[in-house]
Design a protein around this ligand. Structure first.
Ligand code: FES
Length: 124
């Protein structure tokens, strides 16, 4: 089978879908080649990612990657969330086909972007 059960599960029942109106940080990234767009919203309390939501306009692997990535950073310290790699997302999803690895990269980038947005706002 092309996709693991984990990928299918997170694609069919994505966790943390939606937006946070009171987000502390928002990250939006896109892939120019495929045209997919991913947006991540984070809420931070006492240095922890207390809530996270995503909106992904893209392929099934991008949706599964965002869902898994949000699960992996939820409740984690900000510095730890910043270290999340696309490799960790792919491992948690029990693999992605080679031509779909860039979908997981989008999730890593969107999270980093949301955290940078949070850190910038905090320092003002
Ligand atoms: Fe581009 Fe999946 S095909 S993010």
């Amino acid at each position: 089978m092309l996709y693991s059960e984990k990928v299918m599960d997170h694609f069919m029942n994505p966790r943390n879908v939606g937006k946070l109106d009171d987000a502390d940080g928002i990250g939006e990234v896109g892939n120019a080649k495929c045209g997919d767009i991913m947006k991540i919203y984070i809420k931070v309390d006492n240095g922890l990612i207390s809530d996270v939501k995503f909106q992904t306009f893209g392929c099934g692997s991008a949706i599964a990657s965002s869902s898994m990535a949000t699960e992996l950073i939820k409740g984690k310290p900000v510095h730890q969330a910043l270290e999340l790699t696309n490799k960790a997302v792919v491992e948690a999803l029990e693999g992605l086909p080679a031509h779909k690895i860039h979908c997981s990269v989008l999730a890593e980038e969107a999270i980093k972007c949301a955290i940078e947005d949070y850190q910038m706002k905090k320092s003002c």
